[in-house]
Design a protein around this ligand. Structure first.
Ligand code: MN
Length: 194
């Protein structure tokens, strides 16, 4: 079975004025679609891998019996597919505040404001293309903020994603151009879970 682009649960203009409709449409129908297509292409030679969930492919990346070039493609495009599928969910305007998560963040960081400050700082410092994530470390269950390059998925390094921010220029350039800090500041307005 081929991987498919998930439908958005909301309209492209639902996140205006913080994330504009044109960016959302291109991001979903072009960028995410391309990750899906290239993941499917990378799996073409491996019928036994085609039915496996993308999470499973990424968690077992090193052990997959595939060529190195295909392993790199599964990492990049499988990661892109998984990360974006999560990203659309984080931004759903129907999301409610997650009181348990808020409690946990306050206990780990001191306050929501402090988490936002540290996350923003990390996102501002990320060089080039990648994501900033709030994750739960699988080894000790603690929350932490990490920057990951390119489309590397947190689960590849034993980290459970809580939420993440896409810092590729395609995620913000149309509206914010080189003003990444403005995009990061705006993004907090559409993240309803905290
Ligand atoms: Mn993206």
């Amino acid at each position: 079975m081929k991987h498919e682009l998930p439908k958005l649960a909301y309209s492209y203009d639902a996140l205006e004025p913080y994330i504009d409709a044109k960016t959302m449409e291109i991001h979903h129908t072009k960028h995410h679609q391309t990750y899906v297509d290239k993941l499917n292409a990378a799996l073409e030679k491996y019928p036994d891998l085609q039915g496996r969930p993308v999470e499973e492919l990424l968690m077992n990346l090193k052990d997959l019996k595939v060529d190195d070039a295909d392993r790199a493609a599964i990492r990049n495009h499988g990661g892109g597919h998984m990360n974006h599928s999560l990203f659309w969910k984080y931004l759903d305007p129907a999301n409610q505040k997650d009181e348990l998560l808020v409690k946990e963040i306050v206990s780990a960081f001191g306050s929501i404001e402090e988490l936002k400050k540290q996350f923003t700082d990390s996102a501002t410092k990320l060089f080039g293309s990648g994501w900033t994530w709030l994750v739960r470390d699988g080894s000790n269950s603690k929350l932490k903020i990490v920057n990951l390059p390119m489309q590397d998925a947190p689960i590849m390094s034993g980290l459970q994603p809580i939420f993440g921010l896409d810092l590729w220029e395609h995620a913000y350039y149309l509206k914010y151009q080189n003003k990444r800090p403005d995009y990061i500041a705006a993004w907090w307005n559409v993240l309803k879970v905290i």
